[in-house]
Design a protein around this ligand. Structure first.
Ligand SMILES: O=C[C@H](O)COP(=O)(O)O
Length: 251
């Protein structure tokens, strides 16, 4: 990749996976040595599996991430997980602001920003998700929405080492639909411009992932788009063969 940015292919297992699913991680680990010269690999299992997965992946090129964190270090927040807890369990990253959190848990940009700061406080890489709904795209508001989400969700102090942005059109998640290559290029170019405007050279180094119905069959086309620095993969990350097929887009 001419950008110099190292691709990242991350799997978001969402609310899927039991302890018996660790064989899928094992298969990813088995292939990771061959892929590691070209890209970073990450698996983000549900919180119940983070410690076991991190223990299994320790010493391998596969990183383990959480899917969400609370903004506070600790306290009376039943059911929530602190960024420090994820780090303690062996995670090195956490997804924040996924559209499923923004929709089902009504998370605002301000909350996503606070969670990003929490991730950094705990020493985690923050993977901040943004993306427009179908109605917003049809209304021609995609770039406006992305700009608002970036401005509100990203704290000052972002660097190439502590931030990854994931562009995930909400209407493409789990639907089998994907934007055109031109639409992906426009969105990623816009995100890159905003990152550079705000964070300078660090913004040039921040990786911007595409997410939404990425599969082995469309990965090469999507990953070849300018300013696409990898993928955040949902459904197709649950099977190692599919996940590795996507990573195989980087030959
Ligand atoms: O975080 C991942 C995205 O929501 C994409 O999910 P998907 O690959 O199942 O469309």
């Amino acid at each position: 990749m001419a950008s110099g940015r190292r691709p990242l292919v991350a799997g978001n297992w969402k609310m899927n996976g039991l302890r018996g699913s660790i064989g899928e991680l094992d298969a990813v680990i088995a292939a990771a040595g061959g892929l590691a010269p070209r890209l970073d690999l990450m698996v983000c299992p549900p919180a119940t599996l983070v410690a076991a997965f991190a223990a299994r992946a320790a010493g391998t090129p596969v990183a383990i991430g959480g899917q969400d964190c609370h903004a506070e270090v600790s306290g009376a927040f039943t059911g929530d997980v602190a960024a420090e807890m994820l780090a303690d369990a062996g995670a090195t990253a956490v997804i924040v602001g996924h559209s499923e959190r923004r929709t089902y848990h009504r998370e605002s940009d301000a909350e996503v920003r606070a969670k990003t700061l929490a991730a950094w406080r705990a020493g985690l890489l923050a993977i901040v998700c943004i993306g427009e709904t179908k109605d917003e795209r049809v209304a021609g508001r995609t770039l406006e929405v992305l700009g608002t989400q970036l401005a509100g969700s990203l704290p000052d102090g972002a660097t190439a080492a502590n931030l990854v942005v994931a562009y995930e059109p909400v209407w493409a998640i789990g639907t089998g639909l994907t934007p055109t290559v031109a639409d992906v290029a426009e969105a990623h170019g816009f995100v890159r411009d905003r990152l550079v405007e705000r964070f300078g050279a660090e913004g040039e180094g921040v990786r911007v992932l595409y997410g939404g119905s990425v599969k082995p069959s469309n990965a090469a086309e999507l990953m070849a788009v300018a300013n696409v620095d990898g993928a955040l993969v949902g459904g197709a990350s649950l099977k190692a063969t599919d996940f590795l097929g996507i990573a195989g887009a980087y030959k």
